[in-house]
Design a binder for this molecule. Structure first.
Ligand SMILES: *Cc1c(COP(=O)(O)O)cnc(C)c1O
Length: 342
């Protein structure tokens, strides 16, 4: 879809910590390059022998410019001191490092304020080890600001001003992440926006403004299986004088009489509980500690037993934490051969 609008897509793998099978699937699906916010994840992909152009999506640390220049093709930038250090590191290696300048357009995470962009570009043009390859903006991540015709037009206007200054056409005018897809299908993305960095829409099949399923995609490409360790009838209200739980919170529980509670072998250390949905809709999540998830299986048609697995779909936050937890085993499966033993 992006291609038909003249937009090349960089697949963002940070949601799965740069899992090589997922990156390969993205490349088979038509992305032109890969990006991640962590260098460790990019190194994992490179070590797996995946050859493509790699973009570092998080601002490079001043302390790691050598490594960035040595292993990354394009990095996003917003600090001239870092650009200078990248340039020096690149010069020492006899190479030129590509940078995408991030512009702040309201979401208030990374980015150069628009009125400081041209002075930044002027300073960066003096640096022989870097090349301004594109400009971009990131929205809907921190401040929840949605892409609009206005902020996209502003990006194009700024890109044009940068092009006049540098004297060449920028390769990428990067306006979008998953939150920009609605604007794109509405035909309201300016023509000159030609690059998107997409993670969640590919991984979980959702645009990220309303989190609606995207037509023609799967929402269950990632499933978390957890095993029942204990299954017992217990009251629904804790018994005794109560103070804070293990996380310093005082959770409220409703009195629903006795219930059949299953304890599963995942916890807050492995997954964001609020981002899990049981595939069995008769199962409800009661709460969790670091290592246990407690679910109510009182009214399920399936008679679960100790050792059985419950399966959950995940939102982005949950997927990210699952990917990061070394306690959760990751098993890739082929489309169509997903079964209980996959
Ligand atoms: C994470 C990230 C993306 C991808 O965002 P999705 O909402 O997952 O598509 C794009 N750009 C930057 C700078 C990011 O940090």
């Amino acid at each position: 879809m992006c291609q038909s609008h003249g937009i090349s897509v960089t697949g963002v793998t940070k949601g799965v910590c740069g899992q090589p099978e997922v990156a390969k699937a993205m490349l088979r699906g038509g992305v032109s390059s890969l990006a991640d916010s962590r260098m460790e994840n990019i190194h994992r992909l490179q070590a797996a022998g995946i050859h493509t152009r790699y973009m570092l999506l998080r601002l490079p640390p001043l302390s790691e410019v050598e490594e960035v220049v040595g292993t990354i093709d394009v990095s996003v930038n917003s600090e001239i001191a870092v650009a200078e250090a990248l340039s020096q590191a690149a010069c020492r290696r006899g190479m030129v490092h590509d940078v995408m300048l991030m512009v702040e357009l309201g979401d208030l995470r990374e980015g150069i304020p628009p009125d400081q962009l041209l002075p930044f570009v002027r300073a960066a043009m003096q640096l022989s080890g870097i090349r301004i390859q594109g400009i971009g903006t990131n929205l809907a991540c921190f401040g929840g600001v949605v892409p609009s015709t206005d902020n996209m037009a502003r990006l194009v206007e700024l890109a044009t001003a940068v092009e006049e200054l540098v004297g060449y056409r920028l390769e990428w005018i990067s306006g979008m992440n998953s939150s920009g897809l609605d604007l794109l299908v509405a035909g309201e993305t300016p023509m000159r926006i030609n690059h998107a960095r997409i993670g969640e829409a590919i991984l979980l099949g959702r645009e990220t403004v309303h989190r609606r399923p995207w037509p023609g995609t799967f929402q269950d490409a990632f499933l978390l299986h957890a095993e029942i360790l204990e299954l017992k009838k217990k009251p629904s209200l804790p018994v005794g004088t109560r103070s804070e739980d293990a996380f310093g919170e005082l959770p409220e529980y409703q009195d629903r009489g006795e219930m059949i509670r299953a304890l599963l072998n995942v916890g807050r250390e492995d997954v964001v509980i609020e981002g899990m949905t049981p595939l069995d809709s008769q199962v409800t999540i009661v709460g969790a500690s670091s290592g246990y998830l407690v679910v109510d299986v009182t009214r399920t048609d399936t008679a679960y037993g100790v050792g059985d697995e419950l399966i959950f779909s995940l939102n982005y936050a949950a997927l990210l934490r699952v990917s990061t937890s070394e306690y959760v085993k990751k098993r890739p499966f082929q489309a169509g051969v997903r079964s209980s033993d996959a």
